[in-house]
Design a protein around this ligand. Structure first.
Ligand code: HMG
Ligand code: MG
Length: 299
């Protein structure tokens, strides 16, 4: 049976914008985040504290964090951090929730964060300790959960091993990333079965990119396994700067449309979200990749 309620984690302001070639002003980013919150999204990954040399689009992270982190709000605003330096800057702005990231693939981890998987996990130890001391909630991402741009298919047991390591370190949620959008539903099912041997279902999230147009099918497969946390990006923004050819995240509008059809609650006002998607696509000078948005806009 399918779940009755799903939590959407909107990653557009981070995963989306980190890979858009046109730069938008900090003001527009802040408006984007506010509009996303207004549409009913309860969890928003607002930026990342990474090296501006590696990802210039996130260089204004301090301004973004200071605008939203301290706010008294029912919404959860999180930040992606690669190391202790990232956590410290996030905490300095009042952020209460962060995400660390590694991968199931050695080559990808090397290119993405200049470390081996083992080194990345060791780098997270002081992050986890500090987060724990300050009551900061940590999510852990596992990239290349269904395939790697350099190594091809990924063995589900490797994904499970990295997921278990993050879980045992204290990550309260594990987000399984199909970074290059290569997976199909049967692979998703097998991968989830492997991960769920060690990570509780309630703590498991899925993060699909839509390169091959499989994201919604993969989400449906994940719902069938009982997953209740889904990552997505408004207007299907983004990609990953270290995964050539990776297209954007699954569009939040399309996920909301799917969930509405299935009678699964997510708290988002689709019409309002579609307006925001069209608005940000216009600012970026690109088309809105969300099919539901296109259909509802021309209707
Ligand atoms: P490095 O060069 O190995 O590390 O980079 P370093 O410690 O030698 O630092 C180099 C420079 O970065 C120094 O500055 C540090 O101060 C600075 P410099 O002295 O050269 O001026 N630095 C930082 N600056 C800001 N914030 C920080 C930070 N740490 C060090 N936290 C590092 C290692 C991890 C920093 C680098 O590789 C990096 O920033 N990588 C970012 C990669 C990234 O953002 N990738 C995209 C996000 S992951 C993703 O999209 C996948 C996901 O969506 C899931 C999926 O789809 O699969 C999550
Ligand atoms: Mg991603």
């Amino acid at each position: 049976t399918l779940p009755t309620h799903v939590e959407l984690v909107e990653v557009g302001p981070r995963d989306g914008l980190q890979n858009e070639s046109s730069t938008i002003t900090t003001e527009t980013k802040l408006e984007l985040i506010q509009r996303l919150a207004n549409s009913g999204l309860e969890r928003i990954e607002m930026t990342s504290v990474v090296s501006p040399r590696w990802v210039p689009q996130m260089a204004d992270h301090e301004a973004v964090m200071s605008s939203f982190a301290g706010k008294t709000s029912a919404r959860r605003y999180s930040v992606l951090v690669p190391n202790r330096q990232g956590l410290e800057s996030a905490m300095a702005q009042g952020v209460r929730e962060v995400a660390v990231f590694t991968a199931a693939s050695e080559s990808f981890t090397q290119r993405n964060i200049n470390a081996s998987i083992e080194q990345s996990l060791r780098r997270f130890e002081p992050v986890m300790r500090m987060a724990d001391e300050h009551g900061i909630n940590v999510r852990g991402y596992v990239s290349c959960a269904l395939g790697c741009p350099y190594e091809g298919q990924m063995d589900a047991t490797r994904v499970a091993d990295v997921s278990r390591a993050l879980w045992q370190m204290g990550c309260r949620e594990i987000s399984l990333g199909d970074t290059i959008g290569i997976g199909t539903p049967l692979a998703v099912k097998r991968m989830l079965e492997a991960v769920l041997r060690d990570v509780p279902l309630e703590a498991t999230a899925v993060h699909f990119h839509d390169t091959y147009g499989q994201a919604l099918a993969n989400i449906y497969a994940s719902l069938q396994e009982g997953v209740t946390v889904i990552d997505s990006a408004v207007a299907g923004l983004g990609g990953c700067p270290y995964a050539t050819g990776a297209s954007g995240n699954v569009a939040t509008e399309d996920v909301v449309y799917l969930l509405n059809g299935l009678g699964i609650e997510c708290g988002v006002d689709l019409a309002n979200l579609v307006e925001t998607g069209n608005w940000i696509a216009h600012h970026l000078g690109r088309d809105n990749s969300a099919k539901a948005a296109r259909a509802l806009t021309s209707a």
